[in-house]
Design a protein around this ligand. Structure first.
Ligand code: DGJ
Length: 376
């Protein structure tokens, strides 16, 4: 009897310890939700709406390798960014084997924005069709009346079919590219810079893999995605209701091999943090800057400093979150992937700091609080 009571007490106290409110961020550690379960929202992004944060991310399944979607997009809510309540699955995969979002497809990096004009919550995500690897390179969109869903699937597209990028040299529009160029030969690299893949995908629409969303101060929303076989980022304007593309888009750093884009604005400059393309394996982050979203993006440097800066602290960017009620306070959100057991992927959240040049940088901190932003 005594052993039994002891057991019950141990279970009770461990559970309440897990559920205890925490005010600190501990990058890379297990992050329990209100039920004591490690948060399951990988490659995610955050929406702030009516005083609450909503975290959306890829739901992974215990014991499954890789990135197939068996359940959908998970949502959590929080008032303070450290305690998260499980709001369940906001967007579900379909049981219909004919559906583009059938279970076993790939749904990555979901992001949600709120459209003030329509009053709808709009989710975009990278979609790969079941059994086709990463060939489809589509982006899907779903809408909901409430932040936590359910989100209804509208469509998946290869964006901007039949339109040239706005920052594309007009002379190249009629260019004929030589066939059978050897990948990574000087001629091939030049051809990709000149728009080899933009031409190839012109009729059916451009590729869209790793993606993010950004709403500018004027309310215009942009879809940022890895295109052209992951060699060139595209930034594309969304329609007023945020559920389609207007056809206005730019190419960013052709052949730069950037993915995992995360964009924010500080001091009248637009910054983007990206990664290189090494699959699940971490690599050095890149910091880009521009005077406007659709402007000329330039590479600055690796924003990480200190130990493991070359591996982005063993993580890959997913989103940069402006902290509500604090000035110039941004959180860099990244994923430490675990491809062998994807559900055990960890979250690396670090405060964005700024150097004397006004450029953002990231340094590892074992444990930190939001009050870090007050000490400037
Ligand atoms: C890197 C991407 O950034 C991730 O979203 C995911 O697609 C992995 N590659 C899969 O290898």
């Amino acid at each position: 009897m005594r052993t039994f009571l002891f057991l019950i007490a141990t279970v009770f106290f461990s559970f309440s310890a897990l559920c205890q409110k925490s005010t600190t961020f501990k990058p890379g550690e297990i992050w329990p939700d209100n039920k004591g379960v490690h948060i399951n929202a990988h490659g995610g992004g955050i929406l702030f709406h009516n005083g609450k944060y909503f975290w959306f991310g890829e739901h992974k399944v215990e014991g499954k390798k890789g990135n197939q979607a068996w359940v959908g997009v998970h949502c959590y809510s929080s008032g303070n960014l450290t305690d998260w309540t499980d709001e369940g699955i906001a967007f579900s995969v379909s049981n219909d084997p004919e559906s583009e979002i059938t279970a076993g497809c790939v749904i990555e990096r979901p992001k949600v924005i709120y459209n003030k004009k329509t009053g709808k919550f709009v989710m975009w995500f990278h979609l790969e069709l079941k059994g086709q690897g990463y060939k489809a390179a589509k982006t899907g969109v779903a809408v909901a009346d409430n932040p936590t869903g359910p989100y209804n699937f509208l469509k998946a597209v290869n964006p901007n079919a039949g339109v040239w990028p706005v920052n594309y040299n007009g002379e190249l529009i009629s260019k004929k590219f030589p066939e059978n160029l050897k990948d990574w030969s000087d001629e091939w690299i030049q051809a990709v810079k000149d728009g080899l893949f933009v031409h190839r995908d012109f009729e059916k629409g451009q590729m869209a893999r790793d993606m993010s969303l950004y709403i500018d101060d004027d309310g215009k929303a942009y879809h940022i995605h890895a295109s052209e076989e992951n060699l060139t980022l595209h930034i594309a304007e969304l329609t007023d209701d945020y559920t389609g593309f207007t056809g206005k888009y730019i190419r960013v750093l052709p052949t730069g091999h950037n993915e995992a884009p995360a964009l924010f604005k500080y001091n009248n400059k637009y910054f983007m943090i990206t990664s290189g393309c090494t699959g699940w394996a971490p690599n050095a982050a890149r910091l880009l800057v521009s005077g406007s979203v659709m402007g000329n993006w330039e590479y600055i440097e690796n924003p990480c400093v200190g130990t493991d800066k070359e591996l982005t602290f063993h993580a890959q960017s997913t989103y940069i979150l402006p902290v509500e009620g604090k000035k110039n306070a941004f959180i860099f959100m990244a994923d430490r992937w675990n491809p062998e057991n994807a559900i055990d992927g960890r979250y690396i959240w670090l405060p964005v700091q700024f150097n004397e040049m006004g450029n953002p940088y990231l340094e590892w901190i074992d444990e930190w609080k939001l009050s870090i932003f007050d000490k400037k």
